[in-house]
Design a binder for this molecule. Structure first.
Ligand SMILES: [Zn+2]
Length: 292
């Protein structure tokens, strides 16, 4: 109740402050059902979490231990569409800047792979993604064959939600590990300021960008960089990153989306995505050197 009133307060002040639309009702089952417990509504003792009005601690499968000595200040329990319950625990903890590594990297949302680094490394889609997609399509077809409102349709829908969830879990896993690695290994990470809206026109690309979860990547990079004293630079999206030769700087006139490798008149052979990542890297360093 307390947490809900707080949320309502935030929603109204955002509305009056013209930062958001008028609050709307949430319906059970339509969105992710969640309840937040403030400090006085749960106990956390010896690694055991007990919520208000429950006599036994929750049986939690921990994704990782809480930071040493951290005291939870808020607990949110949510139920996702697959019927799984998740608990997230808010703690206040200190983070420290990491030692400088003296390196930087450019990241390109590639076409042939999920992401390409200026080091030449390609990050591929999560394993089994293709197989999961096939399963998803079949499960979706099954739903369509069931009678509307029937119990069998509900069951088939749950199956679809489970497969969706699995795909999302795998992708999230890849993304979290990747962003952590990038931030740990490099002082500066340069990304392209891509806005999805501009690229959605092309259908095949739209899928690729959606899959790459580009904005999520950026969000994670930025908050992790903030934690560890690193720098994330987003460069102008109008920059011709694919068509510029990263060796001599010449700009080719045409580079169709199906061309994966090309040779510049200067003789440099380029992998399309690696070349783009190198250009992004160089542009980011130029921005960084000029102080903005
Ligand atoms: Zn060239």
């Amino acid at each position: 109740m307390q947490a809900t009133l707080r949320n309502l307060q935030t929603a109204y002040s955002s509305f009056w402050g013209k930062r958001a639309k008028y609050p709307t009702f949430k319906r059970k089952g339509r969105t992710t059902d969640a309840a937040t417990y403030l400090r006085n509504c749960f106990t956390f003792r010896d690694g055991q979490l007990t919520l208000a009005k429950q006599d036994a601690p929750l049986r939690v499968i921990w994704s990782r231990p809480l930071p040493e000595g951290a005291v939870p200040s808020q607990v949110t329990v949510s139920r996702i569409s697959r019927g799984q319950y998740h608990v997230s625990i808010l703690v206040v903890t200190a983070v420290h800047d990491l030692a400088e590594t003296g390196t930087s990297v450019g990241v390109d949302a590639g076409i042939t792979s999920l992401l390409t680094l200026s080091t030449g490394e390609k990050v591929t889609n999560p394993r089994h993604e293709k197989r999961d997609r096939t399963r998803l399509r079949r499960a979706q077809q099954t739903v369509n064959r069931k009678q509307k409102g029937s119990a069998n349709r509900a069951k088939a829908k749950l199956r679809v939600a489970r497969i969706h969830g699995k795909i999302a879990d795998r992708r999230r896993d890849v993304l979290y590990k990747l962003t952590t690695r990038l931030v740990l290994e490099h002082d500066t990470v340069v990304i392209e300021d891509l806005t999805v809206r501009n690229m959605v026109r092309n259908h095949g690309l739209a899928r690729a960008i959606h899959d790459a979860s580009w904005s999520e990547l950026r969000r994670q990079l930025e908050y992790k960089a903030d934690w560890y004293g690193r720098q994330v630079i987003a460069i102008d999206r109008w920059y011709l990153s694919s068509k510029t030769c990263s060796v001599c700087g010449a700009i080719v006139e045409k580079l169709p989306l199906n061309v994966w490798e090309w040779t510049c008149p200067c003789g440099a052979r380029h992998d399309r995505d690696v070349n783009a990542a190198r250009n992004i890297h160089a542009a980011g360093l130029a921005v960084s050197a000029s102080g903005g």
